[in-house]
Design a protein. Structure first.
Length: 408
């Protein structure tokens, strides 16, 4: 824990003092931003029929939450950059809880090389689109999360290796867990990729103490108005689940997503400027079915695990108690219309569908960005499905959010 705190504190100090020092010798570009979001959740679970809100609105209870964050970024001409994201969040009936979500510094050196340290999101493992099944590092799902993605205390090395007519992007990183006995317990992540226009390919490998190596890959095919993509990982063991008698002690499972997204120019209609479509499928084969996963998560919550297993717990735990669960398959689709009436108004409709139980979550968003000075968005999310299904974890819930964002 001390090492994690020291790493984040070191990056924060660097952010505070490096920019003014660099400014004395060269131009420093500084960007700032502020997000202010008001969230509310309504729920009630006294009826087994869907859409009971239409029948008994008086039974619903609204629970408001406030989220605010401040972002500071800087970049110098010599290739030194950094970012800090500080946030505060809390329910209306409690005090706000502050957090340092990200604080890091990145410096370039040599020909095409760079190193970054601090609390950050390791972007080279986010090759998926809505889902990131091969992302064992960040452990962050966008659905149901509030605000910025929290970073990992990490050190990351970037490199560019010329190979014949190709440039190979190399990346090596380690994320520091809360406690560590020796350097051998650290997880290590490696990626290598290149662009074979119009195809982009990236290979990945994760080496974690006490586990077989995990191998992943991502591919992206660029089209005239969009792209088709896939992201997956090969899992070779279930060391924790096997202790509970769930699944085989060893095995081979494949988790992947595949989809496409397209943006069309519809300005000739004079109704709007752009039409965006996306569809994606997630296959979650981790060697356990839904009922086994339920028991697995229940036992995990009361088990004392060694430090070498913490990375696996984090990976599995992020899926528990959410609309998304391991052992089931999902589809995600979205349609968005931008610049309606040329007045910076956007409408978006998104849906996550559980293909095994046919439970679903639908989010509707309207946004307005007058002259790009700031943006305001309002989102309403509703969960539905049959009684006893996955949506019963959040029975008949509706969520609302009002967000104001300003960059300067």
């Amino acid at each position: 824990m001390r090492r994690r705190a020291a790493l984040a504190a070191g990056a924060l100090v660097a952010l505070a003092f490096l920019a003014p020092i660099a400014a004395s010798a060269e131009e420093v570009k500084v960007m700032q931003g502020m997000d202010l979001s008001f969230y509310g959740s309504e729920y009630q679970g006294n009826d087994d029929s869907p859409f009971v809100r239409l029948q008994a609105p008086a039974d619903w209870v609204l629970l408001p939450t406030l989220y605010a964050d401040y972002t500071l970024r800087f970049q110098t001409q010599s290739g030194v950059s950094g970012q800090m994201i500080a946030s505060a969040q809390g329910a209306a009936s409690t005090s706000l809880t502050p957090a340092l979500d990200q604080a890091w510094v990145k410096a370039s050196f040599g020909d095409g090389w760079a190193i970054a340290f601090g609390r950050r999101v390791l972007e080279d493992w986010k090759d998926g689109s809505y889902w990131n099944p091969s992302d064992l590092v960040n452990n962050y799902l966008t659905w149901g999360e509030v605000g910025q993605a929290p970073g990992k205390d990490s050190v990351e090395l970037f490199g560019l290796l010329p190979l014949a007519d190709l440039d190979i992007d190399l990346n090596a990183a380690t994320a520091l867990p809360a406690s560590i006995g020796s350097p051998a317990d650290l997880p290590y992540y490696l990626t290598a990729g290149s662009i074979l226009d119009p195809l982009e390919v990236r290979l990945k490998a994760a080496f974690q103490s006490g586990r077989h190596p995990c191998i992943g890959a991502a591919a992206r095919w660029s089209l005239q108005s969009g792209e088709i993509y896939a992201d997956g990982i090969w899992l070779r063991d279930q060391p924790i689940a096997s202790r509970f008698g769930l699944g085989d002690p060893t095995g081979s499972w494949f988790r992947y997503s595949a989809g496409g997204r397209w943006t069309f120019d519809i300005s000739p209609s004079k109704l709007a400027q752009t039409l965006y479509l996306q569809a994606e499928y997630l296959r979650q084969d981790d060697g356990l079915d839904a009922s086994q996963m339920s028991g697995y998560f229940g036992d995990l919550s009361s088990l004392s695990l060694p430090a070498s297993e913490t990375s696996y717990v984090a990976e599995a735990g992020i899926w528990n108690g959410r609309f998304l669960a391991l052992g089931q398959d999902y589809a995600y689709c979205v349609i968005s219309i931008g610049e309606i009436a040329n007045d910076h108004i956007g409408l978006t409709e998104g849906c996550v569908l559980n293909l095994d139980e046919l439970d679903f979550a639908i989010a509707s968003t309207v946004s307005w960005s007058p002259r790009n000075l700031f943006s305001i968005s309002f989102t309403a999310t509703n969960f539905g499905g049959k009684a006893g299904g996955e949506s019963s974890m959040l029975p008949y819930q509706a969520e609302y959010s009002l967000c104001l964002a300003r960059s300067f």
